[in-house]
Structure formats: C-alpha cells, structure tokens
Design a protein around this ligand. Sequence first.
Ligand code: ARG
Length: 298
Amino acid sequence: MTHHKGVNLRDVKVNDTQEFIQVRPYQEGSLEDLWQVRSSCESGRIVALKCSECGLLPRAVRVVGGTEVSPGRWPWQVSLYHGSQHHCGGSVLAREWIVTAAHCVHRRLQASAWLVFAGVTTHGSMKQEAGVSVKKIIYHPLYNDSSLDYDIAVMKLQVPLNFSDAIRAVCLPPPHQDLFQGTQCWVSGWGYTRPDQGQVAETLNEAPVPLIGTKRCNSSCVYGGELTARMLCAGYLPGKIDACQGDSGGPLVCQDRFAWRLVGIVSWGRGCAEPNHPGVYTNVAQLLPWIYRVTEIY
Ligand code: ARG
C-alpha cells in the first residue's frame, strides 16, 4: 500500500451488489485476520487504498556461469555505486526504497557517497547518467559483521524513481510460505563472471539457481552449521553456476502464481561456484517485520 485516505460513502460510486470489508479496530495481528465481509457500510466512512504494483515482468548478471541480459529483464535490479564504482546490487521495493545487503553499506553509511542506477544494464550507460542520490541508509540492528546474520539494509532515495518498462518494484514474499528445495529461482548482478577475474561485469548477468534445503546446506560437507534462520542457500552442489563478488545485495527472485518475489539477497559463499559451496542469501521472509517497520517510519 502506498497511499490511503478517508472518503465518504456518498462520494464514491458503488453498485447494489458491492460488498464491504469491515476492519475491526484496536486489535493485534495482520489485516487478513481482522476483516469481516459486510453487505452494507453503516458508518458511511470508507478508506481508499492505493496499492503498489510489483513483481510484474514487462512485455518482453557477478554471476558465474550466467547469461547477459537486456534492460527490462529484471526491472527491479539496481546497481549501487559507492564513489565512482559499482559496489553492490540492490532491488527496487517501491519508488523511494531500495533493499540491499547490510555488509554492502556497513561502514559506508554516508548517504551522499552513494548513487543508484535503475533501468540500465551496462556500466557504459550508467556513466552517461546522473544516477539517483540516496537520502538515508538503514541496516538491520542485529546485523553481525562476522557471521553475516541479518544481512539486510534499505536505502531511501532523494527522489522517487519513475517506473517504466525497465524500472519496476519486486514483490516481497508472504510471511509464511514454504520454500521447497529445488524451486527454480534466478539471481542477477554485475559481479565477477569468473571467480579469479577480479573485475565486475560490464553487462548485467543472470543465472537460474534452485533453492537448496537448509538441512542439506548446513550439513558437515557443505556449510557445517554456519547458516542461521536468516539465511538460505541456492545454487548447485557440483558448483559452476553461482553469484560472486559484486553481486552482493542483489536479488534472488522466485516466481509464484502471482508475481516475482524477492526471496533472497546475495550475501556470501565460500569462493564462487565451487563444489559443495553454493551461494548463501539473506532469507527475506524472515525479515519482513523489520522491512515494513522501517519503510513505514522513515
Ligand atoms: N559477498 C559478496 C559480495 O559482496 C557476494 C558473495 C556471493 N558469493 C557466492 N558464492 N554466492 O559481492
């Protein structure tokens, strides 16, 4: 929801078959638990909600083992420049909000040092644009710099993005959705396309990466208990395809019946695309209350 206002029933057009949802006040819990369907509106006072569109693909990535993409393929992907360099990826949540990894902004909290590039896939084209300035950077208070637990941050932009075919918001996942291992998801970014290359990619790359169950990923031959509940794994145990340096903060998205959702944020991995060391992502569904709280307050 991006905007709401109170209106009088007599000022809006309703037909006879229209039903109302009554929201009972003063109760804890989610909106879905509080509402009741009514055939009439006794008070005559209603609330108009303006919802934000997200997760839609238009008509129409350091990622190791991936493929180059053109603008509009992942319209929520942004490049975060620190100084004059690509530093991390990020995702558009709303016109004024970008979500990224806490380890990208930690010790770099000066908002004026950052620029956000949306709607473009090559660094060549970013260099010809002004970019969007950042007003505020907020990272999770429980972020742990050594374990990378709670690796999430948001940036509020100085000016709202203009949405287009090439710039759109990604949806957040629902709070209680089972993430089944093997679900095909996608990672995108400008990170290294070869682990030893030491240079970010000129063009955005994408790669398909299936989710890996936490039990498996935390087993002794993989990450041996290093994963917390705020992390999830995606990729391949034989290696070869993975996110890498420079992809951090960027999206891991999975498509459900309705939309593309930001299931993970590129966080860490041992090396890149190595056997038994798949990519580790921030588990976004576990951090929704924090996202909603900060984007509501600031
Ligand atoms: N920490 C890295 C960054 O800052 C991302 C590492 C992701 N590694 C991986 N193997 N998936 O860009």
